[in-house]
Design a protein around this ligand. Structure first.
Ligand SMILES: *Cc1c(COP(=O)(O)O)cnc(C)c1O
Length: 424
């Protein structure tokens, strides 16, 4: 199946007389006909469902669909993108471990990596997104467990050279985790470029309609945990799960099965069936929506670039953008609907412009179906220090414009009138 078809048909195939659409299985639990049957599923949780804290048939269908879209072997949904990021790291790092991240990542992820995980004894080194393969390799230590980056960074909009980062990681026998939220599998499938684990905030384009927060982790099934020798959590018996060795018992997808039956069991940040049902509706139209976001955003980016009110535009679809060539390689069909630009006159002008917009809404969201704007320095990145802001590629005049699916002429007219208002 081509990806447009996968969006509609993967994950759920009704049998004779069954509902056309995946039902909302609004049940906390699942019934068995004997105590032994229950014992059997505890022995091998792949045999049946146990409890909706970590598995549910509606969510399962969505997980299968996303795994197929990304070209992975299995996926696990989470109740937010933050939970997906957290579990993707905790699944392979514990106190005393270290990992590496591109510094060009989402502000919430910076907080998690730089402060919260640090308190848990897990240290993160941040490296420039354009660092050389040698520089990345040089940062790898004996206790380094993974490398992390964002395909298209939110909001810096840099593009990750996935192959380079994957090569650096694999040279040391560690996996590359890629946050593919902004690209979605429609524009880029990081696993095809060497990523081992892919995560998403499904709250963005995948949901698309701003109706529910969620996340997902996808396992490529390709990383050789045993050969690496760095991951006893996967290759040695799990005391908390009657001594199971994930790489032996679940060799097709040990990473995601460990994440579900150990971490999700213990942390319980699993989405509700109703949320997964809504996420599925968003996924069904993802392919058509992404094409239109890209088309609209390129027109808006070109308009901004030509405006005398604008200091600089970041959109890797523009030839002038430093990541244009990288985008051409990894994102040949477009670079999503999000544009960052800096207005001349800094913070004051940015605020005036944003407050003058009529169609575009001022909201803490991005990748909505409707055009929206955000001032990162006052909102999502407010907790970052000046140095961290700079490393994340953010200045005080920067505006993140998430171009929606309105007619692009209406979006341009709104931007134009707000520029006029900000000029005075
Ligand atoms: C929003 C976002 C997250 C966090 O996801 P939530 O669903 O808001 O918890 C992580 N990564 C990226 C790139 C994001 O845009």
């Amino acid at each position: 199946m081509k990806i447009e078809t996968q969006c509609l048909h993967e994950g759920y195939t009704p049998k004779n007389g069954e509902p056309r659409v995946i039902p909302i299985y609004q049940s906390t639990t699942y019934v068995y006909n004997s105590t032994d049957a229950v014992a059997d599923v505890f022995d091998d949780p792949q045999l049946g469902l146990i409890y909706s804290r970590f598995e549910n048939p509606t969510t399962d269908a969505v997980e299968k669909k996303i795994a197929a879209l990304e070209g992975g072997v299995a996926a696990m949904c989470t109740s937010s993108g933050q939970a997906a990021t957290l579990l993707s790291i905790l699944n392979i790092c514990s106190a005393g471990d270290h990992f590496i991240s591109s510094s060009s990542i989402y502000g919430g992820t910076v907080n998690l990596f730089a402060f919260t995980l640090k308190k848990m004894g897990i240290e993160c080194s941040f490296i420039d997104v354009d660092a050389s393969e040698e520089d990345i390799k040089a940062a790898i230590r004996p206790n380094t467990k993974c490398i992390f980056g964002e395909t298209i960074a939110n909001p810096a909009l840099t593009v990750l050279d996935i192959e380079k980062w994957a090569n650096a990681a694999h040279s040391a026998g560690i996996p590359l985790i890629v946050d593919n939220t902004f690209a979605t599998p429609i524009l880029c499938r990081p696993i095809e470029w060497g990523a081992d684990i892919v995560i998403h905030s499904t709250s963005k384009y995948m949901d698309g309609h701003a109706v529910q927060v969620g996340g997902v982790i996808v396992d490529s099934g390709k990383f050789d945990w045993t050969a690496s020798g760095r991951f006893p959590g996967l290759t040695e018996p799990d005391e908390s799960y009657h001594g199971v060795v994930y790489t032996e018992k679940y060799s097709h997808a040990p990473y995601i099965i460990k994440a579900r039956h150990q971490l999700m069991r213990d942390f319980g940040c699993y989405p509700a069936a109703n949320s997964s049902f809504l996420l599925n509706l968003g996924l069904e139209t993802l392919a058509v929506r992404m094409k239109q976001y890209c088309e609209n955003a390129l027109k808006v980016a070109k308009y901004l670039e030509a405006s005398d009110m604008v200091e600089s535009v970041k959109y890797a679809g523009l030839e002038s953008d430093p990541h244009y060539q990288t985008a051409k390689k990894y994102l040949p069909d477009g670079v999503c609907g999000v544009i960052s630009f800096s207005i001349k006159g800094g913070r004051k002008k940015a605020v005036k412009f944003m407050d003058s917009l009529k169609l575009a809404s001022n909201e803490v969201h991005v990748a909505d179906i409707r055009t929206c704007v955000l001032h990162p320095a006052s909102a999502t990145h407010r907790q970052l220090t000046e140095e961290q802001l700079e490393a994340a590629g953010i200045d005080a005049g920067m505006i993140r414009l998430s171009v929606g699916l309105e007619n692009v002429d209406d979006i341009l007219a709104d931007v134009d009138q707000a520029f006029k208002a900000a000029r005075d």
